[in-house]
Design a binder for this molecule. Structure first.
Ligand code: GAL
Length: 453
């Protein structure tokens, strides 16, 4: 498969379910027998060992997917019981700080969601907070089942000089996707813009009809930071974009100035209430309140967890394309789970991680989530299970053929502290859009990250 080495080339350089069984279920009276078949919800058995999994998956498609795979585990392993202690806040904007505090305090959850790449390695692996999972990777043949580029960003060299694996990849998401309401586009003779220049033409046409062009929900500023990444990617192209995160592309360059000027213009086409909305509330602006009604907005740009959101809301009238300027470029990120050294229930976690990494497990979770499976053996759910959507089938092809670049906002491209500095600059820019001020802050952030001189 050509993908692995390309992902490696890109990302490693940068280095890079309560389910309906919810936490409430832990207090539910133990059932006499778990029911695994036909979508039954398995409850906690008397004497079962609780396994606490922390994620930030609280919205429809996200929690449904995680709940489904957790329930599968709980049904098949009645001596353990996994709960999803989810902390709301898209992209881990709240969960990540809480997780770091718990890990530092020596009271981590048994396992937790973490992005592959810098977020995993810089925050948890390098300081020694995670057990290696070499035995699981060997026993399950994962070293041949996950793409090499993925393996490279869940692993690190130990003091013994050998490579060790530290987390189990569950999904691959694409960050740079444009979503649009098909009926609105057809009614106005519009097609998905493939460049930012086309975007402005489409947006002007929508504005002239009184339709908000672009829905943004940046009550977590990461969603706006993703827009910045999109315009940088379009202006610079894949190689120079990657160079931003390795020090080979100059943040002070004229190209970056042009991108930031474009970014400022994009922000003039968004909904006025963006700062009070979450990412999923903004995505929902594409869904008409009733059949035939005008949706609140025509487009949104968001990672493909938006596909999970639309599917969960039974909204099918959406089209998709690469974000402007991103055709043929897959901006990738991935969620994974590991084993904290101080986890209380390691045996159960290892069993749970075994399911998360398996092709069968990934084909339970990903069809809900909007992502493509990380395990290359997955992609064929049983006929009676939830199937991959039309969008996901398209994404599987793109993932194999596109140029891969890493996501800054979702932990792959930059260290968490660098991401934080960029988000501070973006927050100021959204309030007062001044291109030189933003560019100066971005130049400084790269220096502070010790990636730029
Ligand atoms: C990303 C995460 C996705 C999705 C999204 C919105 O960081 O990787 O799985 O949850 O945030 O919450």
């Amino acid at each position: 498969m050509k993908l692995p080495s390309r992902l490696l080339a890109v990302i490693s350089v940068a280095a890079i379910v309560a389910s309906a069984c919810s936490s409430n279920a832990a207090t539910t009276a133990p059932s006499t027998a778990p029911s695994s078949a036909a979508g039954g919800i398995c409850t906690m058995q008397a004497g079962a060992t609780p396994i606490e999994a922390v994620s930030w998956w609280t919205t429809g498609g996200e929690s449904s997917g995680f709940n489904a795979i957790i329930n599968k585990f709980n049904c098949d392993n009645p001596t353990f019981f996994v709960t999803n202690s989810a902390i709301a806040g898209g992209a881990g904007s709240v969960a990540q700080a809480a997780l770091q505090n718990r890990v530092l305090a020596g009271t981590p959850p048994d396992t937790f969601q973490v992005h592959m790449g810098h977020e995993l390695l810089d925050t948890y692996v390098t300081p020694g907070y995670m057990d290696n999972l070499d035995d699981l990777f060997t026993a399950n043949n994962w070293t041949t089942q996950f793409p090499k580029g993925v393996l490279d960003i869940v692993s690190a060299k130990g003091t013994d000089g050998a490579t060790h694996y530290y987390s189990v990849p569950l999904d691959i998401h694409r960050a740079n996707v444009l979503w649009f309401n098909k009926t609105v586009f057809t009614a106005n003779n519009l097609t998905a813009p493939t460049t930012w220049a086309e975007f402005f033409t489409v947006a002007d046409a929508l504005k002239a009809k009184g339709i908000t062009p672009l829905a943004v929900g940046d009550n977590g500023i990461w969603a706006n930071g993703m827009l910045l990444e999109d315009v940088l990617l379009a202006q610079l192209g894949a190689d120079k974009f990657k160079g931003l995160w390795t020090g080979s592309t100059d943040w002070a360059s004229a190209d970056v100035t042009t991108a930031l000027t474009t970014y400022a213009k994009v922000l003039t086409y968004v909904n006025t209430d963006h700062s009070s909305l979450s990412w999923d509330q903004a995505a929902d602006y594409l869904i008409p309140a009733s059949a035939g009604a005008q949706p609140k907005a025509a487009m949104t740009i968001m990672g493909d967890w938006a596909a999970g959101e639309f599917d969960n809301k039974k909204f099918t009238d959406y089209g998709y394309a690469a974000a402007p300027g991103g055709t043929g470029i897959y901006q990738a990120l991935a969620d994974s789970f590991g084993l904290p050294t101080k986890a209380a229930h390691k045996d159960g976690v290892k069993k749970f991680l075994t399911l998360l990494g398996s092709a069968a497990g990934q084909d339970i979770f990903n069809p809900y989530k909007g992502s493509v499976p990380a395990n290359t053996m997955a992609g064929n759910p049983p006929a009676d299970a939830k199937q991959y959507s039309t969008y996901q089938k398209w994404a599987m092809g793109e993932w194999k053929g596109d140029t891969i670049v890493p996501s800054m906002e979702h932990g792959a491209a930059a260290a968490p502290s660098w991401k934080g500095a960029i988000e501070t600059a973006v927050t100021s820019f959204v309030a007062t859009p001044d291109v030189p001020t933003l560019q100066t802050a971005l130049v400084a952030a790269c220096k502070d990250a010790k990636v730029c001189k």
